[in-house]
Design a protein around this ligand. Sequence first.
Ligand SMILES: Cc1ncc(COP(=O)(O)O)c(C=O)c1O
Length: 398
Amino acid sequence: MITDIEIPFLDLITPHVELEDELVDVFRHALRTAGFIGGPMVEKFEAAFAEFCDTRYAVAISSGTDALRFAIMTAGVQPGDVVLTVPNTFIATTEAISQARAIPEFVDVDEHTYNMSVVMLQRYLQKKCIRDKTGKLVSLRSGRPVTAVVPVHLYGQMADMDPILELADQYGLTVIEDACQAHGAEYFSKKKNRWIKAGSMGRAAAFSFYPGKNLGACGEAGAVTTNDPEMATRIKMLRDHGQVKKYYHDAEGYNGRLDAIQAGILSAKLPYLNGWNAQRRCRAAEYNRLLSHSDAISLPFEPSWSRGVYHLYVIRTNDRDSMMAHLREAGIGSAIHYPIPLHLQKAYAALNYNSGDFPVAESAAAEIVSLPMFPQLTATQQERVVREVAQLLSAVAQ
Ligand SMILES: Cc1ncc(COP(=O)(O)O)c(C=O)c1O
């Protein structure tokens, strides 16, 4: 068991111990029915998750990365097309784009939310693209058609979707949400005059159920949500070797199915998700209250149109190394999401971006630090985290 002495960055043990009987029942049921791949446990989870996200379909996939890849592949993006996204995300976002045989290009993020900047997206579309003779939107950087945009709902907070969707509409782009960190997050759409769930605003969305996510499996898992029946059917084919029925392959596909045991585990956990998200929001509000007095750190910013689910609680300080070292010494976990923006990663050297190309993402990457955040974080643990942060800040100020 986790104690108040050591405070982990993420406690994955307590929630599983709390649900142990329900989770073991899932495993027992799978053993007794030999239902390991596909079947009723997967279908039940798909129906429940679609309902949770307010979408017509959820297609269970073996990981969030493959979910995003299959969504991009079935959304009309052709090999060699440019897909826009942000540089401050987990590499899976751009891996999925490349694995769908498209080319990632980046736009910078908003300095307050760390999500895709609408101003920078607009600037990219106006200044970094031209229309070719056929009217196609073409990137000046790569000379390739720009056909899709992947906003990432980073840290559990949705990107500013109304204007992103409007720009996408204006420029003929397909929007695919990377909702891998945002299960249950909501956005107030002025256009629709209501709160809307993450995963239901784009043509499709990808979710990850990696164990540490707000809804996590006990292994690898993901899903695509969409309202488009044709896309749902094609993604079901793609995840299963391109089969329409057993051994009838309309195309080459992938082995991207979700294990029935993971689907059963996700179904068992899903009813708790709203409660866990509410606890995360409470913990975030408490951090905000306790840390609000210090000018030396910036706290997460939640616009009035956002109800975030705090997958991560990320603060910003210009002396991050000392803060992380101090917390480590005090037995408190912390992490950086993410230390190197993707355009500066070795993996993307061939894209020829340079330091300085995305100044907002770059300066954030140098200063952000994620504090312990999980639903079972106790008030005592949280007060101790804040005490240690305050102690370091006052030592630095002296
Ligand atoms: C923003 C983002 N996109 C994509 C992924 C990929 O999900 P998975 O690890 O399930 O493949 C993750 C999860 O780590 C993520 O955080």
